[in-house]
Each structure stands twice: as C-alpha cells, then as structure tokens.
Design a protein around this ligand. Structure first.
Ligand SMILES: [Zn+2]
Length: 298
C-alpha cells in the first residue's frame, strides 16, 4: 500500500500541475486582455484634428505574449487595486480619467486556468497608472524596464499620471540594455529571445524609457506595440500629436518635443511598411481588431 501511494502521489502532483499551469506553447502567440474602457471623451480631446462630435472610449489593456522561452505581459492595464489608488486623485482628474467595465487581467487569466506565477515577467511600455494598474496583482513577478523609466516614476512621478502605490512592494526591477543593432529605423534594439520574433526599441518621449515592441508572428503577421506615443491610429496615420490644450490641462508627455519626433518616426514607418500593424495602447478600434483573451494571434 505504501509503495502504491508513493507511486501515485507524484503522478497526481504532476497531473494537478498540468491542470493548473498555462499551456506550454510551441510557437509565439499573443492575446489582448482588455481590462477597462475610459468613460468617454470627444475625439478632439485625444488627437489633434479629431472631431468634437465623435465620442471615444479608449481601452486600457494588458497584452499576454507567450513564447516557448517565456510568458510575459506587455502592460497590465487596470487591476484589482486600481480603484483604491485612483480614488486619491482630485475631482478633476477622477472625472477626466474616469473608467468603467473594470475586468483585471489577473481575474481573466485565472478564469482561464492560469495562475499569476505562469507569468515569467512583466514588461510595461511605461509606468503610467493605466499601464501599471495590474502590477500589484502579480506580486513578486520581475518587471523589465528601459533605463530612465523607473527613476522618472519614483523620483519625479506625480498623480494622476503616476500612482506611487503601484510601484510599492517587494519586487525585482530589471533594467534592460538595448544594443547597437538598428531595427526598422531605430538606432538601438534588443531581440528578446534571440530569434527575431520579439524586438524591443526605445520610444522615450511620452515618458522616459518608454518601450516599443515589434512582434513578428509565425503566420507572417507583424505588429508594433507603441505604448502611448499616440493614443489613436489616426494620430499615427496622419502624424497628429495629442492636442496642445490637453498637454496643458494635464501634463501628458514627459518630453513633448521628443514624443513628436518619435511619432513622426512611427508615422514614416507606417508609410514605408503599411502591412505592419501599428498598435497604440489605447485605440479601442485597433484593439477590437486583435484576438482577445482567451483567443490568440498566432
Ligand atoms: Zn501614458
């Protein structure tokens, strides 16, 4: 009897870990996890030249990226603890940045059988509240950032753009160093897993150390996640920045001039390579065209 249970116990353990682990993947795949939408703003508030009569509901999303060598989240969207941190904003910012349909990435992952520990690391495009809101839901998971990002958030970050609560907690912050390999018009890059499928570039301007990520899927579909360089596809296609009055109203870009240069570079890339699907983090129409969790782009 004893021998039997000694044999059975490891099998049961192996089965249960199979049941509750994220699926091992044989090739790269990606899934958008919408975590909330903005309560609504006129398009003229989100892109220069936008209409006052068109209402936009920008999305706050996490992107799950699964590669045979690691699973990670690019951005985390809003999370279980966002409401508490957000409540400390003043009335104007709570109104301007209001959101609804909160559905944290961790809840959606768990509903699909994943655990927080199935995520190997988190790679935020930048450390603004609406990209980092889900971070406290993944305690202890390492975060990868480009140089300058964490320093700016910790030393100069102010609400509502940065919420200090989201940076708290025991966690390893790993600084990524790009190398001198040019990629798609960027002087420096990093091939994350060394196989040409996930390429990181520096899109500093919106914040210090904002990261952009090229994703080259096995199907041949190619994406470029550009964080908040622009909030909309329209901004990229027409090289239109955020309206100046929005920048004055709430200090959106750390370095507005530099962000304009980055936007121009992304715009020119779009003209050169129209097949490349450029994904501003918040454009709800672009998001709607991507596979949403638990389905995947492959
Ligand atoms: Zn931002």
């Amino acid at each position: 009897m004893k021998r039997f249970s000694l044999l059975v116990a490891p099998i049961l353990l192996a089965c249960s870990s199979l049941l509750f682990a994220a699926p091992a993947v044989e090739h790269l795949r990606l899934s958008l996890i919408p975590t909330a939408v903005s309560s609504g703003a006129a398009e003229a508030m989100v892109v220069s030249g936008g209409r006052w009569t068109t209402k936009r509901h920008l999305v706050h999303a996490a992107v799950l990226i699964e590669h045979p060598k690691g699973h990670f989240l690019f951005d985390t969207g809003l999370g279980r603890q966002t409401a508490e941190a957000f409540a400390r904003n003043n009335w104007i910012n709570r109104t301007l940045l209001a959101y609804e349909q909160l559905n944290p990435a961790r809840d959606q992952l768990e509903a699909a059988g994943y655990s927080a520990n199935d995520i190997d690391f988190i790679l935020p495009s930048h450390l603004h509240w609406d990209h980092l809101g889900g971070l406290p839901d993944f305690p202890g998971i390492p975060v990868k950032v480009l140089p300058g990002a964490l320093e700016e958030a910790r030393d100069h970050g102010e609400p509502p753009a940065f919420l200090a609560e989201q940076l708290e907690g025991e966690r390893e912050w790993q600084q990524i160093e790009l190398n001198n390999t040019p990629y798609q018009g960027f002087e420096r890059s990093l091939d994350l897993f060394g196989d040409g499928q996930l390429i990181l570039v520096d899109l500093s301007g919106h914040t210090a150390g904002q990261a952009g990520l090229f994703v080259n899927l096995p199907s041949g579909k190619r994406l470029f996640l550009i964080g908040d360089t622009s909030w909309t596809e329209r901004g990229v296609e027409q090289n239109k920045p955020r309206p100046v009055f929005v920048q004055w109203l709430s200090h959106v870009d750390s370095d507005r001039e530099r962000n304009s240069q980055q936007l121009k570079r992304v715009h020119e890339l779009h003209l050169r390579d129209p097949e490349l699907l450029i994904i501003p983090a918040h454009d709800e129409f672009v998001a709607a065209g991507l596979a949403q969790f638990p389905t995947f782009e492959e």
